[in-house]
Design a protein around this ligand. Structure first.
Ligand code: ZN
Length: 457
């Protein structure tokens, strides 16, 4: 009996030590503090991938260059961040001159090499003739690790168009890699380039959505159809895409965007189809998009693409952002949820959803979980929002991260994510620098402060 009490006491003492060491003051919940400005976003994606026990993450760091870090889930050790390339877009801290369009998208090929595409905001005239659109800034660049699963050394591969922006990577089960992007500034086609050799070569761009002159108005005689899109794996070897329509008008240009559209590329047959299975001829025009691919007409509301994921029946579930015009910009971006029931699009009026951005995990047609980052009552947080009734109502679930002040931004879901590392988010640090967090079901993955503090004080 006495022995047992002593044993208990020893056990309690040991637990206390563990408890204290679990909150060691030299551990922090960010993995680096050298993220810059809008260091990650849902559109340039994937920003990370879980591969053979390690989560690899990419973000925009100092002078808008791409940086990569890695977390080994077995050893609980971090490596990096390493600078992976040089962007022509160079932010100047303190001068608010960040372009923020050149954030890296990442994919790991079938041989374990890690690829990044970054640095593009449409490209410039000195890079050659852009036959699929107009010019912007920067240059879309492709880099790859020199060795599989080793983020310390990178080399540039000169094998993609320099005129890209909104760079996204989709890898199929057979290893084919689709690089999807807009081929220039606003007045450019949405395209993809296909690699069937682990990213060593890419076929020329194929147009998906067409930019073209349309009827002007007295105020804006020059108007062109323009698009923003988001791509992801669909069923089997399909690629799903959701998009919104930008009224690109001159001379009174603003960020007016409307509507939500959905379509699918069957990469086996090389055929595009709408949600009902009708074949579409590409590049899709505004007229065809309205007739065959419309999910919702947002009328006078402004709208922005979110994300799309499929349920077990391969029906799409979509989040979109709907807001109001304020000057040249869209504000109060409310999350809206849509899903295909097999017969029609269901738009769930869910006023309880916050003003936030994020991604979706769908488990069944009626059950979906949104992982959303935004400011709730002025506090930045990342939280689950769950529906069990097909989107009719949402309830806030667990909060995975809560900041004290400042802003918050999130990546899309990490590819093949480990439950401990689902997204990369950023919060404020100093000036335009950001603390970067790798967050999963147990909150942010911690790191030694001496390792995480990358910036010179
Ligand atoms: Zn425009």
């Amino acid at each position: 009996m006495k022995k047992n009490i002593i044993g208990l006491f020893v056990l309690f003492a040991a637990m206390q030590v563990v408890g204290q060491s679990g909150q060691k003051p030299d551990m922090v919940d960010y993995f680096t503090n050298n993220g810059l400005s809008g260091a990650v976003k849902t559109v340039q994606h994937p920003s990370g991938e879980y591969y053979k026990g390690v989560t690899y993450v990419a973000y925009q760091g100092p002078t808008e260059d791409p940086y990569v870090a890695a977390y080994n889930h077995k050893t609980a050790k971090w490596t990096g961040p390493f600078k992976a390339g040089e962007s022509l877009l160079t932010g100047k801290p303190g001068k608010k001159m960040f372009d923020d369009h050149g954030k890296p998208a990442m994919i790991i090929d079938d041989e374990g090499y890690i690829h990044l595409v970054f640095g593009g905001h449409g490209g410039t005239q000195d890079l050659g003739k852009n036959t699929l659109g107009n010019y912007g800034r920067g240059k879309m660049i492709h880099v790859v690790t020199k060795k599989p699963m080793d983020i310390s050394e990178w080399e540039e591969l000169d094998n993609i168009s320099p005129f890209g922006t909104y760079n996204q990577l989709v890898k199929m089960d057979n290893g084919d890699i689709y690089l999807c992007y807009r081929h220039g500034a606003h007045r450019s086609n949405l395209v993809y380039q296909l690699s069937t050799d682990n990213g060593r070569t890419f076929a020329p761009p194929v147009s998906i959505l067409k930019t073209k002159q349309t009827t002007g108005t007295e105020e804006n005689p020059d108007i062109q159809d323009s698009w923003y899109a988001w791509f992801d794996n669909g069923q089997g070897n399909d690629i799903s895409v959701i998009y919104d329509y930008h009224v690109c008008k001159e001379p009174n240009h603003d960020t007016e965007r409307h509507n939500c559209y959905y379509m699918v590329l069957d990469t086996d047959k090389n055929e595009w189809r709408n949600v009902e299975g009708e074949i579409l001829s590409v590049p899709v025009t505004k007229e065809l998009a309205d007739e065959k691919t419309l999910v919702v007409d947002t009328d006078t509301h402004w709208a922005k693409r979110g994300a799309v994921r499929l349920d077990k029946k391969a029906y799409p579930h979509i989040i979109f952002y709907q807001g109001e015009k304020a000057g040249k910009y869209m504000v109060n971006k409310q999350v809206i949820y849509y899903r295909w029931t097999g017969k029609k699009w269901m738009t769930a009026e869910s006023p309880e959803l916050p003003i936030a951005t994020g991604d979706i995990i769908v488990s069944s047609p009626k059950k979906a979980t949104l992982l959303l980052a935004g400011k709730i009552n002025d506090t930045p947080e990342l939280a689950w929002w769950n529906t069990k009734d097909g989107g009719n109502s949402f309830k806030k679930g667990e909060v995975l991260y809560k900041g004290e002040k400042g802003g918050i931004g999130t990546s899309a879901l990490i590819r093949n994510a480990h439950p401990d590392a689902r997204v990369i988010i950023y919060g404020n640090h100093k000036g335009y620098f950001r603390k970067m967090y790798l967050v999963g079901d147990h909150g942010p993955i911690k790191r030694l402060k001496t390792e995480a503090d990358q910036l010179d004080e």
